[in-house]
Design a binder for this molecule. Structure first.
Ligand SMILES: Cc1cc2nc3c(=O)[nH]c(=O)nc-3n(C[C@H](O)[C@H](O)[C@H](O)COP(=O)(O)O)c2cc1C
Length: 170
């Protein structure tokens, strides 16, 4: 999808809503960060964060969360607090080997604590996923599937997934 088409489609859906754009790329100054900055600048009500600025450790699979708290001590709770009262959440991610980068996958896997306890920490929030890569949009289904599962677990309503070529974003 062309960048202009994406912005034209998404702007009326999220304008003047409390929107958080999350740059899921570990790169300091890449395409995803530029996209998050563009949303922040052009769409009233929005703000942006970099996922890499949060210390989110991977799930160890210990399943202790099923009977209590997660064993990890890091910024996961801080990140969830940041999104819990938003009206719109936009995850912007690069394609890494047909899927999402480890930083985003770590966030997704840590949502197991909510899945195990059937708790939805986010209410009345629309979720969008933007995937940015160098090749075809064939990876959108593969990369968006875990994000959609994560949205569902958190209580975020998935409203759309988009693929944008990184050469669209100068
Ligand atoms: C480890 C790694 C794996 C990648 N794998 C793919 C891939 O499978 N398909 C693709 O289209 N691009 C792939 N890319 C390219 C990135 O998705 C692309 O450059 C993206 O725009 C980077 O976003 P950023 O500039 O915000 O970091 C890969 C890049 C890296 C660093």
């Amino acid at each position: 999808m062309k960048l202009e088409e994406f912005l034209e489609e998404i702007s009326p859906l999220i304008s003047d809503k409390d929107t958080l754009a999350v740059n899921a790329s570990p790169r300091e100054a890449g395409s995803c960060r530029k996209m998050a900055a563009l949303i922040n600048k052009d769409i009233p009500g929005s703000s942006a964060v970099n996922l890499k600025d949060f210390d989110i450790k991977p799930c160890t699979g210990c399943l202790k969360c099923a009977a209590g708290d997660c064993v990890q001590s890091d910024d996961f709770g801080k990140f969830i607090n940041l999104i819990s009262n938003r009206q719109v959440l936009i995850i912007i991610s690069p394609v890494f080997f047909t899927a999402v980068p480890a930083q985003l996958k770590a966030l997704i896997d840590r949502c197991q604590a909510y899945w195990s306890n059937n708790i939805k920490p986010v209410k009345n929030c629309d979720g969008y996923f933007v995937l940015i890569g160098e090749q075809s949009k064939d990876y959108l289904d593969c990369a968006s599937r875990p994000v959609r599962a994560c949205f569902n677990t958190l209580g975020v309503t998935h409203r759309g997934s988009y693929y944008i070529l990184n050469n669209e974003i100068s």
